[in-house]
Design a protein around this ligand. Structure first.
Ligand code: FES
Length: 248
């Protein structure tokens, strides 16, 4: 198979599990390129998107089982982050299945080999990632995960749903997930517009066509990025208003 996969392995569990798979001679496909991290919680969503942008067809993240993280909550955060990356990949049309998260302990060499084989086969079914088609979307995803609004929300899950704010107020998990999902999509749509405007002045319809989003959605998000000083009305071309990127 021609697909190449980036795999982040937590040092304390999956990396040792991969080692055990090796010494036990459990076979798995040679298509993964391993990056060892001290905790799956160290895998920033930006690392995953950069992996896809830089030539990998899929990214796997392996961590300790929930409750076994050596840094207590690292894998709890990994779970929310990877789920958000997957949701946006699905929304963008790239497909959620290009990013996978699994828990494998140091004692599970056979499970590591089985899991890599199964996931690799699934990626083979998807084929190589078409970076020409999805270049704009991947750049927008990078920008999305740099957004302070999204990063704040991703880091505050426990605080918002279990611990509470300074007034002891909490929100339930479902409400948090709705809030996070809506924020992620809004930030992604804004990032798509800004990436599209890098090509030069464009009308709302031209931006909508480049982003693959409805004109109404582009109008709403364009107003947001204008308010933030990141885009501006440039003038009319005939009767059509054109917009440019500004303040970047
Ligand atoms: Fe393995 Fe945190 S130490 S996931």
């Amino acid at each position: 198979m021609s697909e190449v996969i980036l795999a982040f392995l937590c040092n304390w569990c999956s990396y040792a599990g991969a080692d055990l798979a090796g010494v036990s001679r459990f076979q798995y496909p040679p298509s993964i390129r391993v990056l060892r991290t001290m905790c799956s919680g160290r895998v920033d969503p930006l690392f995953i998107v950069e992996g896809l942008r830089s030539g990998f067809d899929a990214v796997f993240v392996y961590g300790c089982h929930i409750g076994d993280c050596h840094y207590l909550e690292g894998n709890f955060h990994t779970s929310g982050r990877v789920e958000t990356v997957r949701k946006l990949l699905e929304f963008s049309g790239i497909g959620a299945d290009r990013v996978q998260l699994r828990w494998v302990s140091a004692a599970e060499g056979q499970e590591f080999a089985r899991s890599v084989s199964e996931l690799t086969e699934a990626v083979h079914g998807l084929g190589p990632l078409d970076r020409d088609r999805f270049g704009l979307h991947l750049s927008a995803l990078s920008q999305t995960f740099e957004s302070s609004r999204l990063r704040w929300l991703l880091g505050m899950e426990r605080r918002l749903t279990e611990i509470g704010n300074v007034y002891d107020e909490k929100i339930d998990k479902r409400k948090y997930e709705e809030m996070l999902g809506a924020a992620a999509i809004e930030e992604y749509q804004k990032a798509l517009i800004l990436e599209s405007l890098l090509q030069g002045p464009q009308s709302v319809r031209e931006i909508a066509a480049a982003c693959g989003l409805p004109v109404y959605t582009i109008s709403q998000r364009l107003a947001d990025v204008e308010k933030a000083g990141k885009a501006a009305f440039q003038g009319f071309e005939g009767n059509t208003p054109k917009f440019i990127r500004s303040g970047a």
